[in-house]
Every structure is written in C-alpha cells, then in structure tokens.
Design a protein around this ligand. Structure first.
Ligand code: IPM
Ligand code: MG
Length: 349
C-alpha cells in the first residue's frame, strides 16, 4: 500500500513527538512492505508566524489531497494574547470542520504497567472509548457580543440537528458492537432542549441496535461516575463540549495524558490523528516529551484509515511491551528521553 500522509507538526513539543511517530511508521512500512510519503504542513502558532493566520485555505486543500493527517499539537504562550479568531486553536477547529471530521474517538485505557499511577483506589483496569461529536454544538453555533439592558453581553449557542446526532450516535453504536456492546449517552436533558433532541435520537438508534445495552446519563452524574467507577463504561457518546471536558477528566485516570491517542473521523477514510495532550511549552526542546500518544495515534490511523490491522497491532503491542518492561519517560516517573523510548519501541518492531 502507498500512503500519502500530511504531517502537521505544529508547535511546542509537536515536532519532537511527530518525528518519533514517523520513525515508527517508517519501520512498520518497511517491515510490511508499504510505501509512505510525508507532506509537511504548517498550522497553529507556527502558521501565524509564517503566514499571519493559524490556518491557510491552501493547507486545508493540501490536507484534503492527503490520505490522512497526523498532527502533533498547536498553541503556546507566545500566541495567547491574540484575539479569538487568530488563536492557534482555530487551526484545529478549522481543520475539523473543513475536513468534515465529526467523530472524535478517544480511547481511555489503563495500562497494567501504569495501574499504580491511577489516582483511584481499587481500580485495576478500565477500557473506555469516548465518542465525541466534533463539528457541531456550542463550538460552532452562533456566537457574539451585543449591547444588553445591563451593558455588554456575550453569547454562544448550542445547536444540534437530528442528522448530526444520528451520525455520531451511529458511530458510537457501531463501535460498541465491536467491543463490549454498551453505550452510555451523556447529555443534560434535564435542562437543555438540544440535549432532549439528542436523547430522542439516541433512543431511536438504541431500538435499532438491540444487542447493545444502552443508557442515558446526565453529564454532572457522568463526571462523578467516571471517578466513582470507570469500569462501568464501555462506549460513551456525547456532544462536543461535554466530550471535551469528560475526555480530559477520564485521561487523568490513566495516570498520564502522554499516552492517549485520538482519531477524528468523517464520512470517508481520511482522518486526522493526534495525541490528546497539548504542546507542552514547559518541556519544549528538552527532548523529554513522551511520544507514545502520537505513536499510538499513528497506530489508530493504520487501523481506521487504512485497515492495516496487523501493522496497528504491532505498534500497540510494541508500546505495551516497552511499558511493561518499565521503560518510562519523565511524565510517568521514568528517565528515558523521547529518543530513547522511541528506540525501545523500534526494537520491538
Ligand atoms: C481538544 C482541545 C481543543 C478542543 C481546543 C484546543 C480547541 O481541548 O482537542 O480537546 O476544545 O476541542
Ligand atoms: Mg480538550
């Protein structure tokens, strides 16, 4: 197979971790006889520096010509004081929207080797997938500032259509069918009309997927249940904003945000894959960032976009073996540098 991969290394530790991931991808492609070519694209803070805007239309078009996108991280203190529409984060939102990546898949699992780092007592293992709606809701609704009775006001709106809810719901149910057949839909239907529509649509889908054990959960309760007993969850499906919050919460249960990959998918095979952590300006350039989340994101890409299951599994097993041997980077209490842990993983491939 020949893969044309767009690389958006981005800011902060982005270039360091993407470089690790491409080394792993090169090794995998060599081993299994695939060809992989990379196109580097700028987005985020580095694009602001180079072009004055976080995301150029030409970058979107180049991403669309690629088979998939692997992204490091965007943002940093340097660009923090810019107005909303010029912030590096706009690049992420723009790419998601323009590429039609409505489904964000965030697997959150506790590795055996790291179970002591889980902040919860009596939790040995859990394996959750958060399916977050990514191109709708309050992130993309009408927003603005107006002059109200009591002076200046600001507003953001949460809107969801039946179509939007249905397609993300379907993604979640299909996922559950391949896993433990359990879907928890998280909403705030006791308050929000958009959540009541969300719930109606999910119930219709649940009728269709009778084999799946379905339940609704209010988001405040879900935030609590994740801490009380994460083992109760299999697939969680939720809106853009709730998914943003709950996935950060859940990530902490694994003991390190440096291990968690993500996939953003649309209606075709092209996806955008990225670690769920940020650009970590505090450790940028030190060569100590944990590249595992990005390496695992590359594995998700091989599986989801290219159906290269063996190859993906090989990477996942390599990572797990390295962790089981106690090789850790600093974020999880180890001493290995980015380069050293990458070497360890390469040895397993
Ligand atoms: C994420 C991030 C982004 C989001 C930000 C950087 C715009 O927090 O991917 O979870 O809110 O979606
Ligand atoms: Mg987030």
């Amino acid at each position: 197979m020949k893969i044309n991969l767009a690389l958006i290394k981005g800011d902060g530790i982005g270039p360091e971790i993407v470089d690790s991931a491409t080394r792993v991808l090169d090794a995998i492609c060599k081993k299994y006889g695939h060809k992989i070519a990379y196109t580097n694209l700028l987005a985020g803070g580095c694009a602001i520096d180079a072009y004055g805007v976080p995301l150029m239309q030409s970058t979107v078009e180049a991403a669309m010509r690629s088979d998939s996108v692997l992204l490091g991280a965007v943002g940093g203190p340097k660009w923090d004081s810019l107005p909303g529409h010029l912030r590096p984060e706009r690049a992420l939102l723009g790419l998601r929207k323009e590429l039609g990546l409505y489904a964000n898949i965030r697997p959150v699992k506790l590795y055996k080797a790291l179970s002591e780092r889980c902040p919860l007592r009596n939790t040995e293992s859990f394996d959750i997938v958060i399916v977050r709606e990514l191109t709708g809701g309050i992130y993309f609704g009408k927003s603005g500032r107006t002059e109200g009775e009591n002076g200046e006001e600001a507003f953001d709106t949460e809107t969801y259509s039946v179509t939007e809810v249905e397609r993300i719901g379907r993604t979640a149910f299909e996922y559950a069918m391949k896993r433990n057949k359990k879907v928890t839909s998280v909403d705030k239907a006791n308050v929000l009309e958009s959540s009541r529509l969300w719930r109606e649509v999910m119930h219709t889908l649940a009728e269709e997927y009778r084999e799946v054990e379905y339940s609704d959960m209010l988001v405040d309760n879900a935030a609590m249940q994740l801490i009380r007993n994460p083992m109760q969850f299999d697939v969680i499906v939720t809106s853009n904003m709730f998914g943003d919050i709950l996935s950060d919460e859940a990530s902490q249960l694994t003991g390190s945000i440096g291990l968690l990959p993500s996939a953003s998918l649309g209606s075709n095979m092209r996806g955008m894959y990225e670690p769920i952590h940020g650009s970590a300006p505090d450790i940028t350039g030190k060569g100590i960032a944990n590249p595992i989340a990005t390496i695992l994101s590359a594995a998700m890409m091989l599986s989801y976009s290219f159906k290269l299951e063996k190859e993906a599994k090989n990477i996942e097993t390599a990572v797990e073996t390295v962790l089981n041997k106690g090789f850790f980077t600093a974020d999880i209490g180890g001493k290995l540098t980015t380069d050293q842990i990458t070497e360890k993983i390469l040895e397993q491939i």
